[in-house]
Write a protein that binds this ligand. Structure first.
Ligand SMILES: [Zn+2]
Ligand SMILES: [Zn+2]
Length: 258
């Protein structure tokens, strides 16, 4: 399985990083639609694309407006956009408004929280993968996604798994930490330095010591830090004593094999 990091910056792009967008070409799954979305066309291998939105802050959705150009360069049969109903409504009412963007997008919209009672978290079958999600602490709310690709042998554990947690102060709820547990890849935001923890808490973001705490509970095989500040990026020691599992900061155009 390959995870292509198309955009790894938080907030705004800089000379080397675009904003949040990740792509799993074998499944046609896109995680968030930041400015890195423009890199998608040459990587598409499937006839369908499914975009999972963590939330609707601009740095995670602006790339939706690039879709007209993306499907012009690489036509596909279908593009679905998934997210919480409230966030999808905001995108449709505000971003896809004639005053902001002049055309309708070639997508259909799918609420991940449709047909489920408050507090219930049903799993979704998207592009052959089992997709589940949990709410996170962030202004306006965001969700983390867990994607499990089933084993070809029925009844056995999933073959590959990925947790994507961005725009979050980092999970503390034991149920959510259990849900994240044992993923092959934990792709977690880390927008701030440890000495900026007050800012991180205030703005709903994470810092290395917080991500290290999460990863000690979750025990993924590997941790990748993303949503890197475009102005004052964090750094790690190699190996970094704060982390109990292998950890690295991802770069734009990096391909993670897992
Ligand atoms: Zn963000
Ligand atoms: Zn945000």
């Amino acid at each position: 399985m390959q995870l292509h990091c198309l955009g790894t910056a938080g907030y705004h792009p800089n000379e080397t990083r675009h904003t949040s967008c990740y792509f799993l070409p074998e499944s046609g799954l896109v995680l968030d639609a930041g400015t890195g979305m423009f890199r998608l066309p040459s990587l598409i291998q499937t006839d369908t694309i499914d975009i999972l939105l963590s939330h609707a802050h601009l740095d995670h959705i602006v790339g939706l407006t690039f879709l007209l150009g993306i499907v012009y360069q690489r036509p596909v049969e279908r593009v679905r956009v998934w997210g919480e109903a409230e966030k999808l409504a905001a995108v449709q009412n505000l971003l896809v408004n004639e005053c902001i963007f002049p055309a309708q997008l070639p997508v259909t919209w799918h609420a991940i929280d449709a047909n489920q009672a408050l507090g219930e978290h049903l799993s979704l079958d998207i592009a052959g993968a089992r997709v589940t999600w949990r709410p996170q602490t962030h202004p306006g709310g965001s969700v983390a996604y867990r994607i499990d690709w089933p084993s070809p042998t029925p009844g056995s554990a999933s073959e590959r798994s990925l947790v994507y947690a961005t725009d979050t102060t980092g999970a503390t709820d034991p149920e959510i930490l259990r849900w994240m547990h044992g993923a092959d890849v934990l792709l977690h935001e880390c927008n701030f330095h440890d000495h900026q923890r007050d800012w991180a808490v205030k703005t709903g973001h994470s810092y290395p010591e917080r991500v290290a705490e999460v990863s000690r509970c979750v025990q993924p095989l590997r941790v990748f830090l993303t949503h890197i500040s475009p102005i004052d990026p964090i750094s790690l020691e190699q190996p970094d004593p704060r982390f109990s599992v292998p950890c690295e900061i991802v770069d734009d155009n990096q391909i993670i094999e897992f």
